[in-house]
Design a protein around this ligand. Sequence first.
Ligand code: MOS
Length: 754
Amino acid sequence: MEQDSNAQTATPSKVIGVATQRIDAPLKTTGTAVYTSDHHLPGMVYAWPVTATISRGTILSVDASEAQSMPGVLAVYTHKNIGPLYRTPPTVGFSMRQQEHRPPLENLEVYYYGQYVAVAVAQTMEQARAAAEAIKVTYQPETPNVATKLLGTPLTTPGMHPGSHRGDAAAAFAQAPVKHDAVYSSPAETHNPIELHATVADYRDGKYTLYETSQAVVNHRDVMAAVLGVPPGNVRVITRFLGSGFGGKLWPWPHSALAAACSHNLQRPVKLVISRSMMFESVGHRPAIEQQIQLGAETNGKLTAIVQNYVNHTSMIDDYAEGCGEATPLLYSCANLKITSGLARRNVGTPTAMRGPGAVPGLWALESAMDELAWQLKMDPVQLRLLNEPAVDESNGKPFSSRHLKECLTVGAEKFGWSQRKPAIGSMKNAQGATLGWGVAACSWGAMRSDAETMVELLANGRARVTCGTQDIGGGTYTIFAQLVSHETGLPLNKIDVALGDTKLPPGPVSGGSWTTATVIPAVLQATQNAVRSLLMLAASSPDGYFAGSHAADMEMSDGFVQPKGQPAKRVAFGEILGRANVKAVFGNAKSEGTLGRETKYSFHSFGAHFVEITWQPEIARLRVSRVVTVIDAGRMINPRPARNQIEGAIVMGVGMAMLEDTQYDPRSGAPINANLADYLLPVNADCPKIDVTFLDYPDYHLDALGARGVGEIGLAGVAPAIAGAVYHATGIRVRSLPIRIEDLLAAPQTASA
Ligand code: MOS
């Protein structure tokens, strides 16, 4: 195993890097964690939207007469009486993010199946739903376009949009002695967190309190203030717990405005929980994508050309661009590269980020192509990747802050037993005689920090409290905050309270991009240090204090106690110092500036490698992913326990992407026809392989003081192409269109061939 020259070892800590149970685990396992739809307010009523049953056309009439006389019904709102809902203005920087810009019920146009066309409000959810279903809407339908053919179809722009490029990729490809040229497609995938999107809106005295299912409460507040036409100070957004989001809950969707408007109009709290089928319609999805990849190489495997041309579908009303070219320019060394992209409009809801947006589908294509190139070269696919390792990020010439992809590949190969691989197709069998296929893929995901503010309080009761307007979407952010405060103060985790998910708190980052941990590290460390400084000054300055006459500079906080530096025998519990000084709490505030959108000296990325074994039983057409070995280089793991959980979950999601997930739109109506958890296939326990995750754990001190880069999304990148490569190794069938179906494999050769 080779040693990386830029490897750094982490400084020891009692809490950083220690596998720690989530501090909120007892709340979750006892059912006492309060999720958005758990909020019950006095006088609360329920809203249920009416959704369009065409995907293109015009509303001719809405007849709510029957619905309005049904039991418990309070109101029916349409475009005529919902009241003003505004569009968000264009903004500079990373704020006011919204994917579907059209406010609900803006006019009579229908752009996608499931678009809200009215909303019923009643005393109970059942009454509201019954009323919504009794509202009769007539339409002038037009023929929708939900075609999945994308490359070569009309785009939103006159031509393909140029992306990253260097050298002369077309010429290099034309001259390459070895060429691979193929199209890879992936279908629309729908986020299916168990928690449905929901809003509990409480309007009173000109102000809105919105309990939301949000991965970004601060942005949600700003968007909703714009949509509702009130100052941001009149909107408070709360998300204490989230039943996962995967990107689907990053930005506000129209149901939030509907609930807020209903509460405003009725002057009562309103709960709106969308149904599972609405989850497939109006809250985003990963778009369908077609990508052409051309690889040119020397006969020794050295890449000479990479071309990636891709088109993703978007809605009729918004431009959502999936950045499939994100990882392509930096994963391998190649002098000639060209990426182009385009958007094709379809009568579907507006797409959005889904876990690892861009890189995940982009690497499905690039890494599949690399595997195909390795076969063509008769070269080991691990070797092909090692051979094309770049020295710097060739897209911008910057050094990588910390890159250990080669070690991911070599460590993974060792753990997997890759040296035992027999290259001939269908030649490997397990003890039961089933055919085995082995595949590999590399992955990458950008690393960055955004801006953050936090406050830390040390209280006379001996507890600490840290607050930030970010949120824990299930990944373990509450625990990370407690660990950071513990790291600086020595206080045990059970003496640290963490408050997140509320716009009343200091503004924090979105929970997206796998950047929350790295983002909050500088602000929490600094805020804690500021609080400790205040405490030490208090200890030294109180005339009747324990340390009267000392200098703050000669004092320290250690294990939760204040003491003269290096003299634990003289220590005093910090709460007693506050108590004797008659001070309730000392405070530390801090604000950190991120790297996001700013020029940086280094190229910050995480890397990884997946090794996959599939088991194929052609006689019963049974395909299973049996084993995955994953090695991740994502900086230092602050809490390896939920980090491992993130990667394991991502690998399961990768099994879904590779073999199951596929949102299908009916070409006649434009309806997503498998809009439920019976027909939209997701991996269940029986589909899950044995998973072995290794973190290289090299700290990236260029990004933050603790060397964390963040983890979560990277685990999904590369899984699907590794599975497709393994399927080819077992069957000789190359599937370039996800998901891989049994039907694709029925023509598989039954005997081994070279
Ligand atoms: Mo992630 S797709 O940035 O929530």
